[in-house]
Structure formats: structure tokens, C-alpha cells
Write a protein that binds this ligand. Sequence first.
Ligand SMILES: C[S@@+](CC[C@H](N)C(=O)[O-])C[C@H]1O[C@@H](n2cnc3c(N)ncnc32)[C@H](O)[C@@H]1O
Length: 291
Amino acid sequence: MLRGLRRRWAAYRYRFVPWLALNLRRQRRTLRYVPESSQDKIIPDEDVLETLLKVFAALFANDLGRQAPVLAVRPEIRRKYEEPAPAEPRRSEEGARSQRALGPQEVLFQALGFGLARGRSSLPAAGTGVFVSRGGARRGAVVAMYPGTVYRKHEPIFFQSLGNPFIFRCIDGVLIDGNDKGLSKAVYRSCSRRDQLGPFQMSDVSWLTAAPQNPLAVGQYVNNCSYEKAANVCYQEFDVPRCFPVELKQYLPNIVYSHDIQSPLRCVVLVTLRDIKQGEELFSNYYTVIN
Ligand SMILES: C[S@@+](CC[C@H](N)C(=O)[O-])C[C@H]1O[C@@H](n2cnc3c(N)ncnc32)[C@H](O)[C@@H]1O
């Protein structure tokens, strides 16, 4: 029987771990089939990188006043994010800064043209969902990120996974625990503290709080599509390249559970499958099957 279970686990290809067994038969018609793992990407990695850099740079520029520890060590970074000097001198540096300090949602809206909000799902009994609260997103846009601790195959996730509906499975078997409560939260915080390099944070911990500084980091609350509500977003895996600016890593909502093995940080973004208008809820497909 154990061998049978192991074989079934090895053949397991779906996105979310505990939800599947219960609902698979009912949901078979909403399965998403991908012929090969290489064909799972909706948009090129370069486009994902460009969007993340655009949003993170805007967040950093908006937040220059609070970046003093980073700027003290690497003062040359400031130039990359400062606006060109205005024709008329401003009254005071402080005044200018307070004028610029927008909320993260406003920064997102100005950078990508939409805002996101969590709210009660439009599907009965589906709990919280994620909505486009402002503006709209075009087809093929990155609209959210799936935050959480990244576990490579064979890393211990048993206790964190008990009754945890937020465990996301990547195509290569990497798991991301996006639960913002309990043991999962403690593990993420501890890994994040471990990886901090002086003033440089390698990841964002604020998605665990009520005031996330990266407004995209709400992908763990996106619900599964249904017969009535088709999927309008899709998960896409993205490995953070070496060239990623160190000062912007503080906005990455993922951290590796163990950094013994040197490999790029795995992130997962949600990409729109069609244009999405203000007020619409985001729905993904938990049942992606890769052959
Ligand atoms: C990753 S969480 C999504 C966030 C969740 N709605 C919440 O409030 O915490 C996955 C869980 O959401 C619920 N869920 C997601 N899609 C659903 C749907 N179409 N119908 C009912 N429940 C759903 C299930 O309880 C599932 O285990």
C-alpha cells in the first residue's frame, strides 16, 4: 500500500495539495492541461522581470526617506531612483519627501494602471478572494505574486503542511507555503532574518501583516475557478536572475527554506489570461496538469 501511495504522490501534478483529493472529481471539467512543462509560460521571463523591476523601483523611489540604512552603505544607489532636479527649487527636502510618500497601492496603480484588494469572494463559501479594485489589467500582464517559503524537493514541510490550504506546487516539485499564520509564518520570518545582509533585506516579510509593502503579494488568496467563473489568471514560475538589484530584493515575497544549495530564488507570478476590469475577482486554475 505504501508503494502505491508513493507512486501516486510521484505522479501527482496538481497545483494545490490538500484541496485536490476532495474536489478533483467535481472539478474535472475545469482542469488545465499543459502538454509540456516548457509550454507552461504565458509570457516570457523577460516581461515578468521588467514588470517586477518597474513596480519595485517605483516602491523604492517612493520610499527613499526610509531607505537610509541601505543608502548609507551604498550612496550611489540613490541616483538611480531620484527624480531629476525640478526647475524651481523645492522648499525643503523633507517637504518634497512627504509629498512623494504614497501608499503601496497608489504606487502600483501609477506603475501598472491597476490596484488590488482582498475581499469576500463572489463564490459562496470560498472565503477571501482578490479583486481588481481600481483601473484594469491587460491580457498578459503580471497582476500578483504568490508569496511564501520555498521548499525544494525532500525539504521538511510535513508539520507546516498539516491542514494548510496555501501550499502551492511548482512543476518541478518545488513547494511554496503561502500561509500567513501559525508555524508557516514563524518559519518565513526566521528564514528572512537569517538571510539579511547588514541593511539589505533579501525578502519582504510585510505580506504577513495587514500592511504589505509589496501590493502584488496577495496571490495566495486567489480562488479556484468554477463552471460559472472561468479562470482569468494563470500561475507562472519565475526564477530571480543573478542581476536582480540587491536593493530591490526587500520587495521579493519569497525566501528559501534552506540555503545550503545555491540556486536562484523561485517566485510564482499570476499572469492575466484576458483583459480584466475594475471590480472583477481573480480566478486561477488549481488543477493544472502537466504531462
Ligand atoms: C489558497 S486558499 C485561497 C484563499 C481562501 N479563499 C481563503 O479565504 O483563505 C485555497 C482555499 O480557498 C478555498 N477555495 C478556493 N477556491 C474555491 C472555490 N472555487 N470554491 C470554494 N472554495 C474555494 C478552499 O477552501 C481552498 O482550500
